[in-house]
Design a protein around this ligand. Structure first.
Ligand code: MF3
Ligand code: CO
Ligand code: CO
Length: 282
């Protein structure tokens, strides 16, 4: 795997890993923060009876009001501003007119483009009171993202990130989805490298300062296997077990990691069953 100065690289994905400079980090800070503020805005809106296309509309309006553009809109034929993945939907759920129901868990995944830079983040939201097993899944998934992000530093590898997540999740008898992964991003939505959420320490790609990517583990209560429905997007667990996901956009710094998508309000984990919201540790 080769690395290239992003300012000298072709924009397209070409198998090289872009090393970004301070200008990119400044752009990613803005895009990441706005994406986080958008996910914060949704916290009081996600309630029983609210259809997911209402969430999508709120995200679209938020983007327009803030000079941003939702990256998923018209991306590879996708026509919505968000992905809304309910219960056994692993990812890429398409917003629709069906009302959310008490006890559902829903992942809302938003990518906002600000001045050409992509901020990509998702969180789990509880719809009213949710079952204890759903709460446990959300807790483990949130913690697995924290653990993955903590493994990011120069000289570490993508395998270190995956291994840390896998060990933690499997220790709780839950499983890590293999078929979708995190990704490089910046001026592109999906770039090199892939960030797989399982692995072995020391394997994979060596992280260098200036790399930008997402960490976005999808965790299932049952087996890891997924299938994509006939709409071509919606990915569900094959065993119909519950699935959860959290996502941050990060950059590798000289000394460690910078997370661009932290919630300014400490709502990284929105409240569940009357408990407090949690901030990501930083
Ligand atoms: N935001 C998703 C990710 O984390 C990608 C969604 S692509 C879409 O990479 F087309 F499904 F919206
Ligand atoms: Co992503
Ligand atoms: Co995303």
């Amino acid at each position: 795997m080769t690395y290239i100065d992003a300012t000298a690289a072709p924009l397209r994905k070409n198998g090289q890993i872009k090393i970004h400079g301070e200008e990119a980090f400044a752009g990613m800070r803005k895009a990441g923060r706005l994406t986080a503020e958008c996910l914060d805005m949704l916290v009081p809106e996600i309630q029983p009876g609210v259809p997911t296309d209402r969430i999508d509309q709120l995200v679209f309006e938020f983007a327009m009001d803030h000079g941003a553009y939702p990256a998923t809109l018209m991306y590879r034929g996708y026509t919505k501003s968000t992905c809304t993945s309910i219960n056994h939907v692993v990812c890429h759920g398409i917003p629709n007119e069906k009302p959310l129901r008490e006890g559902d868990i829903v992942n809302v995944d938003v990518t906002l483009i600000v001045d050409g830079w992509h901020g990509d983040s998702s969180r789990m939201y509880a719809v009213g009171e949710i079952p204890r097993r759903a709460e446990r899944l959300i807790d483990v998934t949130f913690e697995s993202l924290e653990i993955g992000v903590t493994a990011v530093r120069p000289g570490a590898t993508t395998g270190d990130i995956g291994a840390a997540i896998e060990k933690f999740v499997e220790g709780h008898n839950m499983s890590v989805v293999r078929d979708f992964c995190g990704h490089g991003l910046g001026r592109l939505f999906h770039d090199e490298p892939n960030i797989v959420h399982v692995g072995r320490p020391g394997e994979g790609i060596v992280l260098r300062p200036g790399m930008l990517f997402t960490v976005e583990p999808m965790i299932n209560l049952g087996r890891p296997h997924v299938k994509v429905l006939s709409d071509g997007w919606t990915a569900v667990t094959r065993d119909r077990s519950l699935s959860a996901q959290f996502e941050h956009t990060v950059g590798v710094t000289e000394t460690g990691v910078e997370v661009f998508t932290y919630s300014p309000k400490g709502l990284d984990k929105p409240p569940v069953n009357g408990g407090p919201a949690l901030a990501s540790r930083h």
